[in-house]
Write a protein that binds this ligand. Sequence first.
Ligand code: XIL
Length: 332
Amino acid sequence: MPDHHDGPSLRETAEPRRLRVGAAVKLPRRGRPEPEAYWRVLGEQFDTVVAENAMKPRWTQPERGQFDFTAADPMTTFAAQHGQAVRGHTLAWHSGIPDWMKELDPQQDAIADVLRDHVHGVADRYRGRVFAWDVINEVFDKGGWRDTLWRRALGDDLLPSVFRWAHEHAPDAELFYNDYGIEKPGWKIDATLAEMRRLLDLGVPLHGVGLQCHHTVHDAPTESQLADVIGRIVDLGLKVHLTEIDIRVPTNDGPATTHYDQQAEVFGRMIRTAVAFPAMDAVLFWGFTDRHSWVPSFFEGWGDALLFDANFEPKPAYFAVREAITTRPPAG
Ligand code: XIL
């Protein structure tokens, strides 16, 4: 297999094209630090990082009123040393929250105040350092609004409020709505766009939509499906980021490697389609090495969803992504 030292890195390829290329970083609360190769590839290949978990509410406010940023600190330090931007994920979500938040009682607790204080505390800590925030993640489910503590308490004020709170303490950051399953036409992107349009009409500080892009080699969007969705978001005057792309392959159906060329084709197709839109200016992978990925534990029988194998060797997908990025003309 060719070495990724043959030719430019992903970040060198993306930079002249005004595109950010990033990866989610695994930051264990305790346990062994990753091998040196992990940090070397992260620094060489990517100009943007996002914490896979460490900026979620469960990590940043483990006890009520007590913020803790120690898990993400090694990443923000690393980013500063390597000239990388930091993307923030995520201020509000129904998942990734501490037990005390799950146990809040709407009869007793001022739920909106809890959410506001959380958003303010985290956004403020990273003020001027996080260039873009996923302000709120995954509010739609099963054909409509997801039934969450936040939605029950705030109703239609949920998104207007969290975006305004985020803007108060992260005035320079680009503010994104982020979700999965909106990379193809369907009810979910329709609901998302209707809500985005409503926010814009209300004058809410909203700058973009994040498409998570967790797909299998079989169910990934076609070029025209993805272009349709991105085009509709861009038509609202919003930016698009691909925020969490990974393309999983079957791992219990012969050697996973037999699917690597098809995986490369899917990654290449999606990135090529996305980079054709100037308003799509960041692509982040949900990890970069098959050594660490959420996929095998969340999707039984699937894995190997990233660009580098478990030994940090680039897979065909790596070369396909690099090639796809070059189809975007360098900024003039
Ligand atoms: C996942 C992480 O990768 C896992 O380590 C964690 O156990 C659960 O969350 N959509 C998102 C991400 O927005 O935050 C999720 O990350 C993956 C799906």
